[in-house]
Design a binder for this molecule. Sequence first.
Ligand code: NAD
Length: 353
Amino acid sequence: MTLSSSKALVPFVSVDHMMQLIHRIGVEPMLRGLADYIEADFRRWESFDKTPRVASHSPVGVIELMPISDGEAYGFKYVNGHPKNTREGLQTVTAFGLLADVATGYPVLLTEMTLLTAMRTAATSAMVAKWLAPRQAQCMAMIGNGAQAEFQVLAMKAVCGVQRVRFYDIDPDATEKCARNLVGQGVEVIRCRSREEAIEGAQIITTCTADKQYATILTDNMVGAGVHINAIGGDCPGKTELAPAILHRADIFVEYAPQTRIEGEIQQLASDHPVTEFWEVVCGRAPGRRSEQQITLFDSVGFAIEDFSALRYVRDRLPGTGLFLQLDLLADPDDPRDLFGMLQRAAPAPSAA
Ligand code: NAD
């Protein structure tokens, strides 16, 4: 686990270094690698000490802490969600995170996680779709074309083989941005003028909008038999994307039910409405897709294990890259009990008088 030469220096991955790391590995290979790490951690789900994230709500957004531990490593992410931010030139979602060694409590990695969250959210969506989407799904609808969108598309391409993507956003500039960014990436981009047009012929429907309200991005009559819905944007109390009637027709898969019942689409349902935690599918304890007619829904809100997997992935890829700084984050007194003595290293020199 050690990256630094000194116990007291903590490797720090800046946004600039993360951008370089992603390109050095390659966007799609990294999305596939993250999906593998996340799936591996879902397989050992029961070995994690889990808790719903700690959320601090305000009328305009939410700030959340997402802690988790597997007994050897401890991780947390700080993340916000402020849909109105883009109107002020700020991101809806920003994040950073930390991985620590449980044996000593010392941090071993501090990293930006805005890019890493987009990568891990997309990798999780694609990993789940690999299990639940109709076989050989090649066409996807991408509704909500903001910061997460291209990552979602490239993960579905890299992991599930999606080739055609039908884009829709209430802001056509957002769709144009996606089309521009995806030139030469090996996906056919289809610009659509409505939600209805976007879902035509799509086997996977991703909703990834940001609006702090009970929105209805998909109405009941829009959703035909056999599709897989990857619902990303409803991730907070009072912030959903799907008409409740769809939830009654779908088989619903969630990350961690105690958190999703508060934050996900299923906040619109009775608290005992049956849902399947997705790790049970990965571990063979629950069925995934059972028929061609079934509507499967991944009610994604983002869970701490996915961030933990992403932190592990970055920690494992970092050595030898030089793509980090060593942060002087932890005190290192010569005698562990002599913290005051260490303080004197910075004391001003006594004056001659
Ligand atoms: P963003 O603000 O960059 O993009 C959101 C896009 O949605 C914008 O382009 C906006 O015009 C569009 N939009 C809003 N209302 C719409 C509507 N009715 N129909 C079509 N388009 C609409 O946000 P982002 O960073 O891309 O995040 C998108 C959503 O995903 C947010 O709600 C965020 O909280 C959520 N999110 C979830 C996870 C997760 O793990 N589930 C992770 C990250 C982000």
